[in-house]
Design a protein around this ligand. Structure first.
Ligand SMILES: [Zn+2]
Length: 609
C-alpha cells in the first residue's frame, strides 16, 4: 500500500473557496437581510386611538435633498437653510437606516418604518409599497397632497396617493435637475396649492457620486439647492402661507469624501434633518438626540392629528412639537400598543426559538401591556401627564425587548450561516479526500508548478489583472466608490472584466507555452500539449488567488473574523461580490480540470506500468 500524500494545492483551493464563500454570504446579507424573511407586517392590526387628538398644523412643506451630508450642509454657505435652522430644530445626530441606499430610505421615510416592514433593501426595488405611507394615511382628511420631483422612487412610493404630481423631464446627473424641479414648483404651487407639498432635489447626490463629498462641486450643489429652497420659501411668503406651514428638510444618506454610500460609515449614515415652522416647539435648537429617518412621518402625522399605522416603528419626536399633553398622551398610548403588538407578532413569528427561550420576552410583553392599561386608566381620569409618561415608559420597554429579541435572532441566524459554510466546506473536503483515497485523483503540486511553466502562469495572472483595470477604465471605473449606485451601471463592467480576465487566465499561459516551445519542437503529441495547458491554467488560478487572499487577510486584520466583517462604502459591497461569490464559480473550472488531469495522469501511469 502506497502512502498517500496530502495534495497541498487542493487544500489551498478549499481554503480560498471557504473564505470567499464567507465574503459572498456576508455581501448577500447586507443586501437582503435574511432575518427579514419573516415579515410581520401582514399580521399587524390597526390600533385605535383612545381619544380624538388635536391637530397643530394642516400644512406641511417637505424639502428632500438627496445625499446631503450633515457636516457639509453646515460647511456650505446656505442662508435659506440657516433661516430654517433659526426657525426650528436641527438634528446633529440624524441618521438614516441601513443599508444607506436611497430607496431603502425613501421607503423608511414614506412608511415611518424600517426594512423589516418595508422589505426595501436596495435601489433595485421598483414596486409600490405594500404598507401604509404618509400620503396613503392622509387620504380622506380633506388635506390634498402634491409631489414634485424627478420620476423615480418617490413617484413609486408617494405618487399614487398624491393629488398633484409633477415629474419634470430632466436629464439625470446633468446638475440641472434641481433647477428644473424648482421651476416646476414655482409654476405649479400658486394655482394648485396643496396642504402637503413634497419637493425633491437630486443635484447634491449627483455631485456626491461623480466627484465625492469633499469636492467643491458637492458644496456648490448644496448652495444651488439652498437658493432653490429660498425661492420656494419666498413664494410661500408671497402667498401668505409661510407662517402657517410646518417645514421639513431632510436627506436620505450622506456621502463618502470620495463619493459613494450604501454602507455603514459615519459619512454615509449622517444625513441632514431640519424641522421648522408651525408647531415646532424649539426655535434655533441644535439637538444631538439620535434621530432616525423613520421618525419623521409618525411625528408629522401626530402634528396633523392623523392616526398612526401599526407598521410604524420610528418614535414620534414628542419633545420637539407643540401638541397638547392630552394629544401627546393619545399618541404615546397608541405607539406603545403598536410597539407591543410588533413585539408579540415577532415572538410568535420565530419558531426557531424554544418556548423557554421566548419566556422572558413573553413576560416582557405582558408587563408592557400592564403599563399601557395603567396609562389608559390615567388618561380616562384626565391625568394626561402621568398617562403620557407611563405610555412612554411602556413604549420604550417594548422597543427594548424587541431590539433584544431581534439581536438574539440575528445571532442565531449568523450561527446558522456559519454552520452552512462549514457544511459546504466539509462536503467539498470529504469528496476530495474520498477521490484521493480511491486514487481517482493522484498528482503532486510539483507537476503544476514546474520551473518552465512559472513564467507563462505569472503572465496569465498579470494579463488578467491588467485587463480588469483596462476594462474598468473603459467603463470609467463605474464600480469604484465614486460611481452611481445603480446596478445597470456597475454590473456590466464587473461581468465583462470578470469573464475576459477569466479567459485570459486560462488560455494565455497555454498559448505562451506553445509559442515558447513549439520552435524547439518539444511537443510530440497533442495530448502532451493539452496536459500542459491544464497544468498552466491551474497554476495561474493559484497565483491570482494570492492577491485575493491578501485582501481577505486585510479584512480579517481590520474587522476580526467572520461574521463581524462590516462593509464600509458602496464599492466594497461590490468588492465582496467580486472576491466573494464569483471567483468561487471561476475556481470550479480549474478544479474540474484538475480532476481530468489527475485521471489522465493515472491512465498514463497505468499504460506505462
Ligand atoms: Zn440618495
Amino acid at each position: 500500500m502506497q502512502k498517500r500524500k496530502v495534495n497541498l494545492l487542493l487544500v489551498w483551493f478549499v481554503v480560498i473557496i471557504t473564505l470567499q464563500l464567507s465574503f459572498g454570504i456576508r455581501a448577500l446579507t447586507t443586501q437582503f437581510d435574511l432575518n427579514n424573511k419573516h415579515n410581520i407586517a401582514s399580521e399587524l392590526e390597526v390600533v385605535p386611538q383612545i381619544g380624538t387628538p388635536a391637530a397643530i398644523t394642516d400644512q406641511v412643506l417637505i424639502f428632500f435633498v438627496d445625499g446631503m451630508r450633515y457636516d457639509k450642509m453646515l460647511e456650505a454657505n446656505t442662508p435659506n437653510m440657516d433661516s430654517l435652522m433659526a426657525n426650528g430644530t436641527t438634528f446633529s445626530n440624524y441618521q438614516v437606516i441601513l443599508p444607506s441606499y436611497s430607496r431603502v430610505n425613501y421607503a423608511a421615510f414614506s412608511t415611518g418604518s424600517s426594512t423589516n416592514m418595508t422589505n426595501v433593501f436596495a435601489n433595485g426595488y421598483d414596486d409600490e409599497l405594500e404598507i401604509p405611507t404618509l400620503y396613503s394615511l392622509i387620504t380622506g382628511n380633506d388635506l390634498n397632497k402634491s409631489l414634485i420631483t424627478d420620476e423615480g422612487g418617490w413617484a413609486k412610493f408617494l405618487g399614487k396617493d398624491s393629488d398633484v404630481v409633477v415629474y419634470p423631464d430632466t436629464v439625470s446627473h446633468s446638475f440641472q435637475e434641481g433647477l428644473v424641479v424648482k421651476e416646476a414648483a414655482l409654476a405649479t404651487i400658486p394655482g394648485n396649492f396643496s396642504n402637503i407639498q413634497f419637493i425633491g432635489f437630486d443635484d447634491v447626490d449627483a455631485a456626491g457620486h461623480d466627484f465625492g463629498a469633499a469636492s467643491s462641486t458637492y458644496i456648490q450643489m448644496i448652495e444651488n439647492t439652498d437658493s432653490y429652497i429660498g425661492e420656494i420659501l419666498d413664494l410661500y411668503n408671497s402667498l401668505g402661507q409661510l407662517n402657517n406651514t410646518t417645514i421639513v428638510l431632510f436627506s436620505d444618506h450622506g456621502h463618502e469624501d470620495i463619493g459613494g454610500h450604501g454602507g455603514e460609515t459615519s459619512a454615509q449614515i449622517h444625513g441632514s434633518f431640519i424641522f421648522a415652522g408651525k408647531g415646532v416647539s424649539n426655535k434655533g435648537l441644535m439637538s444631538d438626540k439620535l434621530t432616525k429617518i423613520n421618525s419623521i412621518t409618525p411625528t408629522l402625522l401626530t402634528m396633523l392629528g392623523i392616526s398612526l399605522a401599526p407598521t410604524m416603528n420610528g418614535p414620534v419626536l414628542f419633545d420637539f412639537i407643540d401638541s397638547t399633553i392630552q394629544t401627546k398622551a393619545i399618541y404615546a398610548i397608541q405607539q406603545a400598543e403598536i410597539m407591543n403588538q410588533q413585539l408579540e407578532a415577532t415572538i410568535n413569528e420565530f419558531g426557531i426559538m424554544s418556548n423557554k427561550a421566548k419566556l422572558p420576552y413573553i413576560t416582557g410583553a405582558e408587563l408592557v401591556t400592564d403599563n399601557i392599561t395603567l396609562a389608559k386608566g390615567n388618561y380616562s381620569i384626565t391625568q394626561y401627564i402621568s398617562s403620557y409618561n407611563l405610555a412612554q415608559e411602556a413604549e420604550e420597554s417594548a422597543r427594548l425587548y424587541l431590539s433584544l429579541l431581534l439581536k438574539q435572532l440575528k445571532s442565531i441566524s449568523e450561527l446558522l450561516r456559519t454552520l452552512l459554510i462549514i457544511g459546504i466546506v466539509t462536503l467539498v473536503s470529504a469528496t476530495i479526500f474520498y477521490l484521493n483515497r480511491r486514487r481517482i485523483i493522484e498528482v503532486a503540486h510539483q507537476e503544476v508548478f514546474s520551473k518552465d511553466q512559472l513564467i507563462p502562469q505569472l503572465l496569465g495572472m498579470l494579463s488578467a489583472i491588467s485587463i480588469c483595470i483596462i476594462i474598468s477604465a473603459i467603463f470609467g471605473f463605474k464600480f469604484a466608490a465614486t460611481s452611481f449606485n445603480s446596478t445597470n451601471q456597475t454590473v456590466p463592467p464587473i461581468l465583462t472584466s470578470f469573464f475576459v480576465s477569466g479567459a485570459l487566465l486560462v488560455f494565455l499561459p497555454w498559448l505562451a507555452i506553445y509559442l515558447l516551445k513549439s520552435k524547439s519542437s518539444e511537443f510530440t503529441t497533442f495530448k502532451e500539449w493539452k496536459k500542459l495547458f491544464i497544468k498552466s491554467s491551474i497554476g495561474s488560478m493559484f497565483f491570482i488567488s494570492l492577491p485575493i487572499f491578501g485582501y481577505i487577510l486585510y479584512y480579517i486584520a481590520q474587522f476580526g473574523p467572520w461574521p463581524s466583517w462590516i462593509i464600509p462604502p458602496l464599492a466594497d459591497t461590490y468588492a465582496f461580490w467580486i472576491i466573494g461569490i464569483m471567483p468561487c464559480i471561476l475556481y470550479i473550472i480549474p478544479l474540474i480540470l484538475m480532476l481530468i488531469l489527475w485521471r489522465s495522469g493515472k491512465k498514463d501511469k497505468a499504460a506505462i506500468g
